[in-house]
Design a protein around this ligand. Structure first.
Ligand code: WT7
Length: 630
């Protein structure tokens, strides 16, 4: 391709010259022809207690296993191996709060914190395989808690700190969790949020919890129940909390964590990830796509409560020995330069964020970024939904000063790590996530599984297993097989639930979810969850939720409600229902609008035709109505 092709943005020479991966096509070809060889080579760069016998076990599809027979623990690579080498005194975590308080931990200090937490968990009777629920703001202790679980072979289930007590309670119950780790609060926009109060409400509904450990952060008055509630700092001062703890040796396929995510129907599903394959996949994608160097300061501005945070705040950067920046607070509080201040202060080299955050900062104008020296930035990243070209260009020109490639990474909770993304050497097209990552064959196919012609929309499928793939839905193998592997059973494809196009250069353009899943500010929400929350209100008989384009959030939630006989719909009730959804699911799920209706468009089999509601709301053609009943 000639360097002058106006379709592309080319990376600058100094970015290309130092890139960890210098060439895509050849290595890609090799990674497809010998997938197991490629992944074995990557796995060899990590430490193992015992080497694997078999890279990939395909004997029980779609339940693939990776690095079978290998003995490991993700902590061996994320912490232990750094303690003997050059990284021992290097900063692992630099944390800053909204108000500017800071804390930092070297790898050596991180190890002591994690060991102490691990010993506390052990003393509470936590054993290998037990599920520990973590419900916290973005504090260093949240990372310590996750790593402590991993260290002793317990399985963490992190519930995002913005979720409501209902959502927390249902996840605790589904996991049968005995221990909850929380904090007395977090802060957002100068306001203190009392998380322990929400945790208390959840525990009333979750009889499995025997012990709740609370980290003191906000000095808020909280209710501490004798025998159940313990302050973390109290436990930490006991002799049981020794800063020395041996990492438990595990099988590569032992569970590392479960993380709940929304789907088309029913309750959120707990995706299961494991130690071995996940270590290899996340660290390789991180190192290659974001060109990680020992001296880099890496900032993934997500919350550790989502997969982005699990993989790319916590695990991959630690395995790669990076210095991680963590920030607890809003991007634009007290002023819209809060993030740029952080970049300047810490000399951040790589910033990975979401289109919704970029759009949110872009609207305040360029002057907030221009006040800061952002010249340390080398690469930028985006994740969560397709990035609109205006936001891409702003990020590229104003934040990256026209010299930092934007690594737009397409992946999912289920995939563990990046599946489609550029490399620092790749010519870019704003809005496209580029080409498949090594080892992956991505198809855009029709109902029969045939590749659709260039430029046409089809279903995005992954044609092969990869080490970072979720192993199952917790407690429901059948659901895992049905949801992801049943559309193209013969071909053995994984269906992602997204629609996409491939262009004449092989670049993938993700369009969005094909199922009833919304992306609200990058968060994944099922329409069915929002509808169930509405129907749980005593005035509501039936409800439908749809997503409509929203300038900042990507999708805004619009709902249609049929009220029970005798209830009149007025403004007060509208507001009450909006807030009801907010308190059932969490603020992120609060609808933009509630509209009262007499009936809902349904198929003869009783399914709500959300596509019809969407078309009507947007004033578009309603399409084929032959299956419409009323
Ligand atoms: C869905 C997965 C993976 C971390 C955050 C989201 C959408 C994600 C992109 C991107 C276009 C994207 C897809 C996908 N998505 N990244 N770069 N371009 N769409 O994880 O909550 O499991 O959501 O997010 O629709 O299926 P998740």
């Amino acid at each position: 391709m000639p360097e002058s092709n106006p379709k592309f943005y080319y990376p600058s020479t100094d970015v290309v010259e130092r890139a960890n991966v210098q060439e895509y096509e050849e290595l890609y070809k090799r990674s497809i022809e010998d997938r197991e060889g490629f992944w074995a080579e990557q796995a060899e760069q990590l430490d193992w207690y015992k080497r694997w016998d078999k890279v990939l076990d395909e004997s029980n599809k779609p339940f693939y296993k990776w690095f079978v027979g290998g003995k490991t623990n993700i902590i061996q690579n994320a912490i232990d191996r750094h303690l003997t080498g050059a990284n021992r005194n290097k900063l692992a975590i630099i944390w800053e709060s909204e108000s500017g308080t800071t804390q930092s931990f070297s790898y050596y200090a991180l190890n002591r914190e994690v060991c102490q937490f691990a010993n506390i968990l052990k003393s509470m009777g936590i054993k290998k395989g037990d599920i520990v629920t973590i419900y916290m703001p973005q504090l260093p202790e949240m990372v310590f808690a996750m790593l402590a679980c991993a260290k002793i072979g317990a399985v963490h289930s992190v519930v995002y700190g913005g979720f409501s007590y209902e959502a927390l309670a249902s996840r605790i119950s589904a996991a049968n969790s005995r221990i909850l780790i929380t904090a007395d609060g977090g802060s957002r926009r100068g306001k203190k949020i009392n998380l322990k109060e929400i945790a208390d409400e959840a525990m009333k509904r979750s009889p499995t919890i025997e012990v709740c450990i609370t980290v003191k952060h906000n000095n808020l008055d909280v209710n501490m129940e004798a025998e159940r509630d313990f302050w973390y700092h109290d436990l930490k001062s006991l002799p049981i909390a020794s800063p020395k703890c041996k990492t438990t040796i595990l099988d590569a396929e032992d569970k590392l964590f479960i993380l709940y995510t929304s789907g088309t129907t029913g309750a959120p599903k707990g995706m299961v990830h494991t130690h071995g394959g996940y270590s290899v996949y996340t660290s390789t994608t991180h190192k290659m796509a974001f060109d990680i160097k020992p001296e880099d300061r890496w900032w993934c501005a997500a919350d550790p409560g989502w997969i982005t945070g699990h993989s790319y705040i916590v695990y991959a950067p630690l395995i790669n020995g990076s210095t991680i920046i963590m920030y607890e607070g809003a991007p634009n509080y007290p002023y819209p330069n809060r993030w740029w201040q952080m970049v300047e202060k810490y000399g951040v080299n790589i910033l990975y964020t979401s289109p919704t955050a970029i759009r949110g900062l872009m609207r305040f104008g360029d002057q907030w970024a221009e006040r800061h020296d952002l010249s340390t930035l080398r690469l930028l990243g985006s994740v969560g939904e397709p990035i609109n070209p205006e936001a891409w260009r702003w990020f590229y020109d104003v934040i990256g000063n026209g010299k930092c490639p934007i690594i737009d990474t397409w992946w999912q909770t289920e995939t563990g790590g990046f599946m489609v993304c550029p490399l620092p050497i790749t010519p870019l097209k704003p809005g496209s996530a580029g080409q498949p990552f090594f080892g992956n064959e991505i198809g855009v196919v029709d109902e029969e599984g045939n590749q659709v012609p260039v430029g046409q929309e089809g279903k995005l499928v992954i044609k092969n297993p990869w080490p970072g793939m979720a192993r199952t839905v917790m407690g429901d193998d059948q659901r895992y097989a049905d949801l992801y592997w049943s559309d193209y059973k013969e071909q053995g494809y994984y269906t992602a639930g997204d629609s996409a196009k491939i262009d004449e250069d092989g670049y993938i353009w993700v369009i969005g979810r094909m199922d009833e899943v919304l992306k609200v500010s990058g968060y994944r929400l099922g329409t069915s969850e929002i509808e169930s929350a509405l129907v749980s209100h005593p005035s509501v008989s039936e409800a439908a939720a749809i997503g409509l384009p929203h300038e900042l959030k990507g999708h805004g939630i619009y709902t249609y409600v049929i009220l029970n006989e005798g209830v009149t719909g007025d403004k007060v009730l509208q507001k009450e229902l909006q807030e009801h959804v907010g308190s059932e699911l969490g603020k992120i799920a609060q609808p933009e609008k509630v509209t009262f209706v007499e009936s809902l468009p349904k198929t003869r089999s009783g399914k709500i035709m959300r596509r019809v509601l969407r078309a009507r709301a947007l004033g578009l053609d309603e399409g084929d109505l032959s299956t419409l009943e009323e």
